[in-house]
Design a protein around this ligand. Structure first.
Ligand SMILES: Cc1cc2nc3c(=O)[nH]c(=O)nc-3n(C[C@H](O)[C@H](O)[C@H](O)COP(=O)(O)OP(=O)(O)OC[C@H]3O[C@@H](n4cnc5c(N)ncnc54)[C@H](O)[C@@H]3O)c2cc1C
Ligand SMILES: NC(=O)c1ccc[n+]([C@@H]2O[C@H](COP(=O)([O-])OP(=O)(O)OC[C@H]3O[C@@H](n4cnc5c(N)ncnc54)[C@H](O)[C@@H]3O)[C@@H](O)[C@H]2O)c1
Length: 478
């Protein structure tokens, strides 16, 4: 139901932004007996549904499916041609719901949450003004779930050259002939993978030494190897000094710090995210516009008195992932409901119902490249930096019977990082075809702090890739 057109309304909870965390938070507090309204300035469903997770994965699925099929004897000769780019783009359009949010609006209606369309801004404590007119007052909480946008670095000529950001890279209606991608993080890697497979000549420019720097180093190495085999030109240790596009729609010239020039049809900037808090009225409650919201483990903004302001999803910078934002929404939704009911003590201990502990201990992530890279928890370097006494166990994922059956010449690697003092896993990383579906087993082990001696009894089915667990545990126990 659309909120009534009256100029003032009061709800228990006002949510700014209808991305996955905003939707889930509204649902949770409503399920807890509170009234809730969501304010959305663009499309209900947020970045994830229209310009991020869904369209990017719809572009990538045909790439990985073809790659797998080409490694199975008896099938590979049937999949020799190029991808049907118009069909892939049409499939992507379907998964982005053709950039219409009717079905998500119906879902909001079905869970009893009101929707107000427009730009919401804070106007002092517990007060939100939409498009400078309608006033929404929150009896208990305002949850800021306004997400993030792509950062455009201040490189001379770049903004004028109208670069692609993740939005254009996930929604473009035609394949560019030549694409330069700047940034070797997740967006850069996934989009270089997709557009190369769709037929573009792709140059990937990386300022550091390798790809996917937040993961174990072998993940970036294996993915780089395979991107090179796919024909992506990877340049590491490179900075962009200047960008020029002489005419709108014409070619773009990218000038590197070495003075070398690369000419392309489009340039994609994939250099990280900035919070969407610059035009949110943060100054009316004593916060800095444009800053990430600093929140505690219940997602309550630390520096605002009165327990009424929450920051959930990308905007709090804890883990820029849809599933973590939804997790935070469940935790914050429970905390808001408990505080509204004046529950005397919240379960804010580690792994308690009102503490988003997984944000720091067990964040899973799948990079949907070819091959996939999947990790959870701490890398070996992160664990050491955090002061843990660790042992690292690696295994060749291709040496497992299930992997050999999965694809001829399966290449991959698995690592587990063990805390020697508690004998539990601090992290795990897998690289290889199809490992995204293997990750949750590791997430359960890390979040559950399952002792190694008990993991020993979790028997993986033969012959699956999961048998790598057995090899890792055998190597650890000797
Ligand atoms: C290319 C790409 C691919 C990705 N792929 C994955 C993936 O595979 N898996 C994964 O887990 N994560 C992925 N992510 C990350 C994921 O998209 C984000 O973590 C997720 O969208 C965050 O949700 P959010 O609600 O915090 O922000 P958003 O999804 O950005 O939603 C925020 C919403 O708030 C609205 N809004 C902003 N300001 C206002 C205002 N003042 N008033 C009203 N409304 C407002 C916006 O219009 C938007 O709808 C990807 C990101 C990118 C860029
Ligand atoms: N499959 C997934 O889970 C998925 C997919 C896409 C995005 N995401 C999320 O979206 C977020 C944003 O992704 P992203 O790739 O934009 O950010 P990122 O932080 O992962 O990577 C950005 C990279 O750009 C580099 N960089 C920064 N400034 C640069 C410059 N001026 N020149 C060259 N390189 C520069 C950084 O060193 C970094 O390696 C990530 O945090 C990720 O969690 C997730």
């Amino acid at each position: 139901m659309a909120a009534s057109e009256t100029t003032e309304a009061e709800y228990d909870v006002v949510v700014l932004g209808a991305g996955p965390p905003g939707e889930n938070l509204a649902d949770r507090v409503h399920a807890g007996g509170l009234s809730a309204v969501i304010v959305e300035s663009e499309l209900v469903g947020g970045e994830c549904s229209y310009w991020a997770c869904m369209p990017s994965k719809a572009l990538l699925r045909p790439v990985t499916a073809r790659s797998e099929a080409r490694r199975v004897a008896g099938l590979k000769d049937a999949v020799t041609g190029p991808l049907d780019a118009p069909a892939v783009l049409a499939h992507r359009d379907d998964f982005a719901s053709h950039w219409k949010d009717d079905s998500q609006v119906r879902w909001l209606e079905s869970v009893g949450v009101d929707l107000v369309r427009g730009v919401g801004r804070l106007d002092g404590p517990r007060r939100v003004v939409v498009d400078g007119g309608r006033v929404l007052t929150a009896r208990h909480a305002v949850a800021v779930c306004t997400g993030s946008r792509a950062v455009i670095p201040g490189i001379p000529g770049l903004a004028e050259a109208k670069p692609w950001t993740s939005r254009e890279a996930t929604s473009a209606q035609a394949v560019p002939g030549r694409l330069v991608v700047v940034g070797g993080g997740v967006v850069g890697v996934e989009m270089a993978t997709a557009w190369r497979a769709l037929g573009a000549s792709v140059t990937l420019l990386v300022r550091g030494e390798g790809l996917l720097p937040r993961m174990e180093p072998f993940a970036g190495l294996l993915v780089a190897e395979s991107l090179a085999e796919a024909g992506v030109l990877l340049r590491t240790g490179t900075e962009v000094r200047e960008v020029r596009r002489e005419a709108p729609g014409g070619p773009v010239t990218v000038i590197l710090d070495s003075g070398e020039e690369i000419v392309a049809d489009e340039i994609l900037i994939a250099t990280g995210r900035a919070p969407r808090t610059d035009d949110l009225g943060l100054e009316t409650i004593g916060l800095e516009p444009g800053s990430w919201l600093d929140v505690d483990d219940s997602c309550r903004v630390r520096s605002v008195a009165g327990d009424w302001l929450y920051g959930v999803g990308d905007v709090n910078h804890r883990a820029l992932l849809t599933h973590q934002g939804k997790y935070q929404a469940r935790i914050a939704g429970a905390a808001i409901t408990a505080r509204a009911r004046q529950v005397p003590v919240l379960e804010s201990d580690r792994w308690g119902a009102h503490a988003a502990t997984a944000d720091t201990e067990a964040v899973p992530q799948v990079v949907f490249s070819d091959p996939e890279a999947a990790s959870v928890g701490r890398t070996a370097a992160e664990a050491e930096r955090a002061g843990h006494r660790i042992r690292v166990i690696d295994h060749d994922l291709g040496a497992v019977a299930g992997s050999a059956l999965y694809a001829d010449g399966y290449r991959g690697r698995a690592r587990m990082v063990v805390d020697l003092d508690r004998e539990v896993l601090l992290g795990a990383t897998f690289v290889g075809l199809g490992v995204g579906e293997l990750l949750h087993s590791a997430t359960v082990a890390v979040a559950g702090e399952v002792p190694i001696e008990r993991l020993w009894h979790a028997v993986p089915s033969y012959p699956t890739t999961s048998e790598v667990w057995l090899r890792l545990l055998e190597a650890y126990r000797g």
